[in-house]
Design a protein around this ligand. Structure first.
Ligand code: GDP
Ligand code: MG
Length: 439
């Protein structure tokens, strides 16, 4: 999806004025791209009509930067389509708050149960009780218990003989006694939607009256995910959707259609198998990602959970004000190391994948050691004002860090490029006109 849209966007951003013909061409490409990405055709049709209406009007024609305007319109419409702002998890005024997880087999219910519990504890200081109501799948209870152990959180189960409705009921009683403020019920799935499954889920629902029913859907299943969401919503009136496996080779089509078809928000995105790989779903960021602008905010958010939040905020501020120095660079490198595979991170930086030289040189993990040594050999003044760097300073730094002058030069150059890139990124975030719209 991103590739197609990007090439069309590229064509249009280079232009000074956009003609009606351009808009037509653009919307045709957008339409094809969305259909190719398994977006429901009715959804696409509505979307294209709205884009055309807005883009062909004066809004674009009279604008100084028409390319940007068209992208803005497309992005806004994609965002709206995915549900505007992201939503929070309900809090019951009579604890415990009960969350019921539903979905097909393999969608990621059990994993997401663990992730959600982790999220509630980490971000909201809650103490959840996990409940094993999947009595059919062999080892399902065991799987949840293992997650509970990893998280040091209680798991309620009554084995495979008990009735799921009873299990859920007793679990809530226990949660009250033990002062667990959230109860997350992991239910059984099937390979396909069937009546037996729906009956059971409806029984649980009517007995425990959950505050939230989260439907877990696998983003990789494309249009199927949308159909599944539609029928679960019909039968259970779900309150939100968790879209899993967005870390995989997904085309994003599911995210675009689910909200439109069910009118229920996508609340979270599963970004991997690990327990901390759950993110709040931000429609705007998803739209940006689809449009290939990268996802700067996610990057910053990722930094926040892995490092001190204050540090990350300060970094964000520095990027915005451009007072970024080698000291920050050093600090940031430390953070980057804690954040996992560099490729993941680079994928989120707009345009970074195109800056091949920069990527290879700057982010090869072995080279980070050299980079660190070079910066550490700089004086305070040099770190803040790299422009004062002359030949003798460079020589001293190379010697001090056990590197060569050409390595020092390379780093200085990369640093400048990085600053430039940050400028582009922050401009893009602010939607500034006329600068750096460089896909
Ligand atoms: P359930 O049958 O709905 O309970 O699904 P599980 O929680 O057992 O998950 C099925 C598989 O999907 C497991 O191998 C999980 O590790 C994997 N999985 C779940 N969520 C994600 C995700 O967000 N990303 C990736 N890559 N894998 C996931
Ligand atoms: Mg399961």
């Amino acid at each position: 999806l991103a590739d197609r849209l990007q090439s069309t966007i590229k064509k249009i951003t280079g232009k000074g004025k956009v003609s009606e013909q351009d808009v037509k061409e653009m919307t045709r490409e957008v339409r094809l791209a969305l259909l190719e990405a398994d977006v429901n055709f009715k959804v696409v049709k509505d979307l294209i009509n709205r884009i055309k209406e807005r883009a062909v009007g004066q809004e674009v024609m009279e604008s100084l930067t028409p390319g940007q305007q068209v992208i803005k319109v497309v992005k806004e419409e994609l965002t709206t389509l995915m549900g505007g702002e992201h939503s929070k998890i309900a809090v019951s005024d009579r604890p415990p708050t009960v969350i019921m997880m539903v979905g097909l087999q393999g969608a990621g219910k059990t994993t997401t149960t663990g992730k959600l519990a982790n999220h509630l504890r980490k971000k909201q200081n809650r103490s959840p009780l996990l409940v094993a109501c999947d009595i059919y799948r062999p080892a399902a209870i065991q799987q949840l218990e293992t997650l509970g152990e990893q998280l040091s959180m209680p798991v309620f189960s009554m084995g495979t003989e008990a009735n799921p409705v009873d299990i859920a009921t007793k679990a809530i009683e226990q949660a009250k006694e033990e002062h667990n403020d959230y109860v997350i019920i992991d239910t059984a799935g099937r390979l396909h939607v069937d009546n037996e499954l729906m009956d059971e889920l409806q029984q649980i629902k009517s007995k425990v009256k959950p505050d939230e029913i989260f439907l877990v859907v696998d983003a990789m299943t494309g249009q199927d995910a949308v159909n599944v969401a539609d029928s679960f919503n019909d039968q259970l009136d779900i309150s939100g959707v968790v879209l899993t496996k967005l870390d995989g080779d997904t085309r994003g089509g599911a995210a675009l259609s689910i909200k439109a078809v069910t009118d229920k928000p996508i609340k979270f995105a599963g970004m991997g198998e690990k327990l901390d790989e759950l993110e709040a779903f931000h429609p705007e960021r998803m739209a940006s990602r689809i449009l290939g602008m990268g996802d700067v905010l996610s990057l910053i958010e990722k930094a926040q959970t892995n490092v001190d939040e204050k540090q990350a905020k300060a970094l964000e501020e520095k990027m915005r004000t451009m007072s970024f120095t080698f000291d920050d660079f050093l600090e940031q490198m430390g953070q980057v190391k804690n954040m996992g595979p560099l490729d993941d991170l680079m994928a989120m930086i707009p345009g970074a994948n195109k800056m091949k030289g920069l990527k290879n040189a700057q982010l090869d993990e072995k080279q980070l050691v050299h980079v660190e040594a070079i910066i550490q050999s700089m004086t305070k003044k040099e770190r803040h004002e790299p422009s004062i760097m002359n030949a003798s300073r460079k020589k001293r730094i190379a010697k001090g860090s056990g590197t060569s002058v050409s390595q020092v030069n390379r780093l200085l150059k990369q640093f400048e490029e990085m600053k430039k890139m940050m400028k582009q990124m922050t401009n893009m975030q602010k939607g500034k006109k006329g600068k750096g719209m460089n896909f």
